[in-house]
Structures are given as C-alpha cells and as structure tokens.
Design a binder for this molecule. Structure first.
Ligand code: ACO
Length: 335
C-alpha cells in the first residue's frame, strides 16, 4: 500500500515551497474540565489522567470555522509580511465547514479580500492540515501557484453530542494558518518543505465518524468514536509515517529539531515519543490547553512554539497527525 507511492521517483521540481509565516486564532471562551463537571458526569481528574486535557476553547454564537480561519490567516499574512493581493492559492483543511458549499477557503478568501485565486477545502479530518500542506507544496513546486495560504480550521463543538461524556470532553475549536511561497529550487538552499508521507485506510471508517451528511440522512450528525480502538491504531500508524517521511527526506529522526504532533491525547503523544525514541523536550504539546482541534491542532501547536521562541528559522520541523478515515501522515519542513 504505502511503499508503492513512497517509492515513486519524482523529477526535480523547478520550484521549492518555503515557509513565510504563521498565525493562529482560538475563541475567547475557555471551557475548563471543572466547568464540564457541571454539565455531565465527568471529573477533571479523569479527563487529565486519560487525555492530558485541562481546557479547550469553544466558539461563540457569532464565530464559525470560516471566521476563525480568516483571523488565523490574517495573522499569518501579517507575520509573513505578505499582502492578501499576493495570495493565489488558499487551501482550508476542515471537517466542520460553515456550509456544505461553497468551500470554507472561498469564504475566507472573500473575508480577506483576496482577489481571484485557487481556493478549495481538504477533508481528511484530524490529518487535514498535513494533507493540505502536501497539496499546497505540490502546487507550488509545479508552478501552479506562487504564494499559498494553508489553513486548518474547525468548530468541532458543533458536531459533538454534549450528552456523550466519552467524546464531548476531548475536543475544542480553533484555527491555524501558514503562508508558503514558491522560490526557485536553486535559490532555496536547505530551506523548504522537504517530504510528506500520507496514508488512509477507509476500512476503519466506522471507528471514528459523524453519523450524518448531505447525502446520508440530510442532517449534520454527531461525532461517534470507539476510543480504545482508535488508540490502538494511533501510535503504530503515526510512528510508521514519521519514519517514512524522514526516509524520503534522507534525514534521521534524531536530526529533527521539533515534532509538532496532532494534539489528540497526551498518551498518544507519549506513546509515539517512546516508540520513536524522541526527546520529550522536542515534542510540542498543547493538548492541555486546546484539547483536540482536529485539522487546526497542528498549526495551532506550531504557532504556540513559534511565538514562545522554541521554533526558529533554520529549524527542521516534523508535523504529524492521525484522524477519522483513518487518515494519517507526516510532513517535514526546514524553516
Ligand atoms: N468522564 C468520566 N468517566 C468516563 C468518561 C468521562 N469523560 N468517558 C468515559 N468514562 C468512563 C467509561 O464509561 C468507562 O466506565 P466503566 O468502566 O464504568 O464502563 C471508563 O471511563 C473507562 O472508559 P474507556 O473508554 O475504557 O476509557 P479509556 O481509558 O479508553 O479512555 C479515551 C478513553 C480517552 C477516549 C481513550 O480511549 C483515547 O484516548 N482514545 C484515543 C482516541 C482519541 O484520542 N480520539 C481523538 C480523535 S482521533 C484522533 O484525533 C487521533
């Protein structure tokens, strides 16, 4: 399955996509575990012990996936010193779009006043940002666009069954964004997006899904998960994708400066770190403050570590995620 695509030899691309800037946005409303205790039969101790989560941000009535995504993108553009006029590709990774259509990316485009560009959504649930990075990288490297906004934005609070304590305590809302630009490969030096390893196994769809949709039932539906079964797959899948991504880029896992994992559960992060022999201090962990924000989780965590001065220019950074589908994967980037 995976080996055949990994072993494809691609001709050298004239362009390399490089990181230009990043931004993030979370709703101001913070819901702590202690507040959840007043809403359902749960406890701060249970949630912290099983997941590492202490709080999550929840969107207010006027906040949507597109509004959070647009603010994260606005901040990323400012950070990159790139004008909205320069953007010719917008990819938004989300499983909770504002509308069935048009794409959330198009709504964000309109909000930011970006002129005619390519804009579409990627739906790979929690792995969405890593998938979107790979698509943006391919389009920049092949010359289809010059400057891309890659956004992960979610309002999972809207698809939670708030009477189901086994899932409601796990998720939060938010958005993160990166600006990538195409530079001539000859000029990129060691910088740039170096490799991706993406996987999906649709046979596992029933372990984590939403029981609704436009073509099945005609309603939005609520999230359903067999948590222990998901857990059993997570560590092995993520570890394999990390190894494959490093192999493609010709780097050792020990060469990586920062691991920015999807923030699903502290125990999954620890399990991957143990299996891969990662230094704990190199693993960016924000699950305690954000919970699981699905496609927003990786760029949100990335932004926290960039803002606090951990992730710096020149660093080798690995992004990884796993989510419903199952989908999973990793991307490697030298800032
Ligand atoms: N508060 C208190 N008790 C709870 C809660 C809660 N919120 N939820 C479940 N329980 C109870 C259960 O009812 C059960 O009680 P019982 O023994 O009386 O029947 C007990 O706690 C144990 O339940 P388990 O489901 O066995 O708990 P487990 O240790 O497996 O932890 C969890 C559940 C945290 C969901 C775990 O399975 C997990 O982390 N799975 C990974 C899934 C994940 O992270 N998914 C995120 C999306 S996928 C992704 O992003 C990778």
């Amino acid at each position: 399955m995976t080996q055949s695509t990994d072993q494809l030899i691609m001709p050298p691309m004239p362009w390399r996509s490089v990181f230009l800037g990043s931004g993030a946005m979370t709703p101001s409303r913070i819901v702590t575990n202690v507040e959840l205790e007043t809403m359902m039969d749960t406890s701060d101790a249970w949630i912290q012990e099983r997941t590492g989560i202490a709080q999550r941000a929840i969107a207010g009535p006027l906040e949507t996936t597109a509004s959070l995504g647009a603010e994260a993108a606005r901040r990323a553009l400012a950070n990159a010193s790139v004008s909205p006029d320069a953007i010719d590709l917008i990819i938004c990774a989300t499983a909770t779009p504002d509308r069935t259509f048009p794409a959330t990316a198009a709504l964000i485009q309109a909000d930011l006043g970006i002129p005619v560009a390519i804009a579409f959504d990627v739906q790979a649930v929690c792995s969405g940002f890593v998938y979107a990075m790979s698509v943006a990288d391919a389009m920049l490297a092949s010359g289809q666009a010059k400057t891309a906004l890659v956004i992960g934005a979610e309002t999972f609070s809207r698809i939670l069954d708030w009477s189901d304590r086994t899932t409601a305590v796990l998720f939060g809302d938010g958005a993160g964004a990166m600006v990538l630009g195409a530079v001539a490969s000859a000029q990129a030096g060691s910088r740039g997006v170096l490799a991706h390893a993406l996987r999906a196994d649709g046979r596992q769809a029933d372990l984590l899904y939403v029981d609704g949709g436009p073509s099945q039932g005609g309603r939005i539906g609520k999230l359903k998960m067999q948590g222990q079964a998901v857990f059993r797959h997570a560590v092995g899948n993520i570890s394999e994708a990390i190894s494959a991504c490093c192999e493609k880029a010709g780097v050792k896992v020990s060469d990586i400066d920062w691991f920015v994992p999807h923030q699903a559960n502290r125990r999954i992060l620890d399990g991957v770190a143990r299996r891969m022999g990662l230094d704990d201090h190199k693993v960016v962990t924000t699950v305690h403050q954000h919970g699981n924000t699905s496609a927003a989780s990786v760029p949100l965590a990335f932004e926290v570590a960039r803002q606090d001065g951990r992730i710096c220019d020149g660093d080798l950074v690995l992004l990884e995620a796993m989510g419903g589908g199952f989908t999973w994967g990793a991307s490697l980037i030298r800032l």
